[in-house]
Design a protein around this ligand. Structure first.
Ligand SMILES: [Zn+2]
Length: 212
């Protein structure tokens, strides 16, 4: 769990490489379902085209379909799900059904000031996909990719205004989910403001506490 800019994507990639488990990202699943034009993908598109959040039942159905695949039998990492209490309760049921109940919830905490710097400073290379930050990880030449010399771009929704919208959504919907998992004793707080390796070390230590 973590807000936009908390480092969820980076840490997810490192966790699945360490644990050899599938990375279940609802964002990636929506993009894939849209591309493949599955019935759930087309249903989700109706809402996304109007700028609305995809209803819980569609998101839940998509995750359920994914969790039932064989590669989840040895475990899985969820990223971007559950985002609402209704999703959390459905997940509890389906995770029990496949015999893989949640073992741990990692909550990446990053202050709003730092999130703003990370998001508004983010620049992408449209050619090779490299990600830079004007403050924390600048390219050698301003605005130019180190790898291929392409002009860097800023994503349209990487603005303070859009971040405020995402943070509000996170506070309204996802904070209660974290509280719910806290009462179940599943949450490990991770200080997401440290260097990448230090954040990951905290995660490895947390994972060690639930290793069989
Ligand atoms: Zn590049």
């Amino acid at each position: 769990m973590g807000a936009a800019g908390s480092g969820k994507g980076t840490m997810s990639a490192k966790i699945v490489a360490l644990e050899h488990i599938p990375h279940i990202s609802t964002g990636d699943m929506f993009r894939a379902a849209l591309k493949e034009e599955t019935s759930l993908g087309l249903e989700a598109k109706k809402y996304m085209d109007k700028g609305l959040l995809v209803p819980d039942e569609i998101t839940i159905a998509m995750v359920e379909e994914r969790l039932r695949k064989d590669d989840c039998k040895a475990g899985y990492l969820l990223d971007g799900f559950p985002r609402t209490l209704a999703q959390a309760k459905s997940l509890e049921k389906m995770a029990d059904e496949i015999g893989r109940p949640l073992q741990i919830v990692l909550n990446l905490e990053v202050s709003k000031d730092l999130l703003i710097k990370r998001i508004t400073g983010r620049r992408l290379c449209p050619v090779c996909g490299a990600i830079y930050n004007t403050e924390f990880n600048p390219p050698k030449v301003e605005g130019i990719c180190d790898n291929d010399g392409a002009a860097l771009i800023q994503r349209k929704d990487d603005t303070v205004e859009q971040l405020e919208v995402r943070l509000k959504e996170h506070n309204d919907n996802t904070r209660p989910v974290i509280e719910y998992y806290r009462t179940h004793g599943l949450v490990h707080e991770i200080n997401g403001e440290q260097a990448t390796d230090d954040v990951f070390n905290q995660i490895v230590n947390a994972l060690d506490t639930v290793r069989n």
